[in-house]
Design a protein around this ligand. Sequence first.
Ligand code: ZN
Length: 262
Amino acid sequence: MILTDTHTHIYSEAFDEDQDEMMQRAIEKGVIRFFVPAIDSNYTKAMYAVEEKYPEHVFLMMGLHPTHVKANYKEELIHVEDELKKRFKEGVEKKFYAVGEIGIDLYWDKTFLKEQQEAFRSQIQLAKKYRLPIVIHCREAFEEVFEVLELEKDEKLFGIFHCFSGTIEDAHRAIGYNMKLGIGGVVTFKNGKIDKFLDKISLDNIVLETDAPYLAPTPYRGKRNESSYLVNVLQKLSNIYQKSEEEIAIITTKNSKRIFGI
Ligand SMILES: [Zn+2]
């Protein structure tokens, strides 16, 4: 069984003590493809390091995370563009597979809403320039995110709505903008809500993710999350869709290949 974790921060400080063991545990469970979102320039070096360490397994994204959009966001956006440029020169073997994670987060702090919107929109344009998917982080900001997507909607806009936690209407809207829904630990939570309607959404629109080290699925809720726990998300989806785990692994990995091109 091949599983794809479409969103995992394996370079996080949370894994400083046991990164190799954590990777091994995941690989043993069949999680062999790790798509790794960026946060800001402070983490770029650590991201390149995990890519070098696990070259067959790790696929990097580049972007500025909405909770890290601060007064210096313009410099950060230049960093994002510079890194993208470097890797899309002819002859460079290593690539980025998405612009992410990008979006709007109004849960933690609303101070930089205008800057968040601007950073989100300009990074969508970057993704289009390099023909890459986007990976969206949206927290308490569905209307604000959809507003930007509406402005940027065209045939080049596609990607993943990461850690999808909205209503069924939000799900249909996101899919309407050419997004897949990234489903992770929230689907296993008692009050997570999305488990109630997910069976109405075709599996063709679903990819799996952990968002490790955050949002661990039941029974690890509240603890450090890691990519091997993707199997707990898989089990829950197998219940919801009444399909075997193998079948869901095949479909969601196929969906991830369609998005990331690998
Ligand atoms: Zn994330």
